[in-house]
Design a protein around this ligand. Sequence first.
Ligand code: DX5
Ligand code: ZN
Length: 224
Amino acid sequence: MQIQILPSLLAADFGCLRAEALRAESEGADSLHLDIMDAHFVPNLSMGPDVVRMCKDALHIPLSVHLMMTRPDQYLINFIEAGADSLLIHIEAECDVPKALHRIHEQGVRAGITVNPDTPAQMIFPVLDTVEEVLCMTVHPGYGGQSFISEVLPKIRSLRDAANQNDQADLDIMVDGGITDETAAACARAGANLFVAGTSLYGDPDMKQAIERMRRGACEAFVS
Ligand code: DX5
Ligand code: ZN
C-alpha cells in the first residue's frame, strides 16, 4: 500500500502562499491538501478556486481539494476547472452525494467521500465502492491546530476491513486533523495510508525531515 504525506496549506503563512505551496513540494510532499470552507457547513471561511488555480500553476504534485461545504455540488466544476486532481466531499453535505461523486468522475477527477468524527462508518458504506478515497476526519472540521480525536481509530479499522471485504484492497484511506508522527502511526496501524498534516508539518523548522519521519513511521506501522 502506498503511504503518502499531504501538507495542508491552511497552516501555511498566508502572506506568501505561493512560496509556501512550493516549499511543501520541494520538501517532499506527495500531494498538497487544500481546505475549502464555506462558513455554513463549518463556521470558518478559508479559500476558493483561485487559490487552487494558483497552486496548479506553481506546482507539479497533485492537488487534493477538501470541500467543507453544505452544497459542494454547486461548485464542483469551479474547483475542477481550477485544477483539483482529487475532490473530497462530505457525506453530511446537503446534496445528492452519489450524483455529485458521479459528476466528479465524469470530469476525470478522483472522487473521495469524507466522514466527520461523529458520523458512523455505516453512513458511507453505500458509496464506498464508487470512490477512490475515503477521508476519515480526526478532528471536527473547520480549523487547523486542533487535537486528534482517538475515538475515530476503530472507525478507520472498520473502513479498511470493509474495503478489504469489498475487493477494494487498493482503497485510499486518508486521515485529517491533529496528525503528528504519533497519531499518524496510530492511524496507519488502523489501516490509513494517506496523511494530511497542517500544523505539524508547516510548523516544523525542517519540513523535509518532518515529512520523511512521518512517512517512515506510518510505513512501519501500517496494517492492511
Ligand atoms: C480541518 C482541515 C484540516 C486542517 C488540519 O478542518 O480539514 O485539513 O488543515 O490541520 P492540522 O494538521 O493543524 O490539524
Ligand atoms: Zn482537510
